[in-house]
Design a protein around this ligand. Sequence first.
Ligand code: FPP
Length: 247
Amino acid sequence: MSASGPGKTPQHIAIIMDGNGRWAKARGLPRLEGHRRGVETVRTVVDSARQLGVRYLTLYAFSAENWKRPAEEVSGLMGLLDFFLKRELDNLIKQQVRLHTIGRTDQLPANVQRELARVKEATRHFTQWNLVLALNYGAQTEAADAARAYAEAVQAGRENPAEASWERFRRYFYTAELPEPDLLIRTSGELRLSNFLMLQLAYAELVFTPTLWPDFGHADLVAAVEDYARRERRYGATTEQIKAGAR
Ligand code: FPP
């Protein structure tokens, strides 16, 4: 957990980018047009988060359940991802942003995997700014993958179940190298977590906005960060303890 509280900038923001389909429908456009506009919002928000001093930005770009969508939409989203990675590489390098992924990326189309590997490699020496794309990600699958890796470590004698703790178990999650999110934002008015970072969000502050993802911009991110800055994070302690510097 990061040492953040009233008045502080969140170190890590996670976003459920929702509402692309509704944005398109309201304009009589195909759903993919909403996703296309959503990609432009991704660019804006990456730049805005960096400007605000947010070191980690995690975006839920494709869930493990999104394969259920019509084949045309799935291939359209994969095409947009490929386009985004090709177009943004120079910008990420210029801004010194490192790309990470979480999720079962080995099940993505080969061309997308190649682009991801290329961008990750080209940005892997950056440490200050981090963009994390959740791709073919599901928190329940992640927990199952972590349990399997942990069980193997127990069998190999590298873990002792008697010493099990979140701090040890989290090392087997896709997010092992990342701090836990301080702030979760979900756009489009839906009030759900949709299998996103369930354990990592244990102490995150939640902000839900009715704005659809393609309409989300710098001012919306600033508003969410200001809302976060007004909240007191107690992690189970009391206000008095927090004031006395217990955390
Ligand atoms: C939710 O809107 C959005 C998605 C399932 C995909 C998000 C993808 C992008 C913003 C573009 C690709 C991302 C990157 C990083 C290049 P929805 O389709 O569920 O909207 P609806 O609920 O209004 O139908």
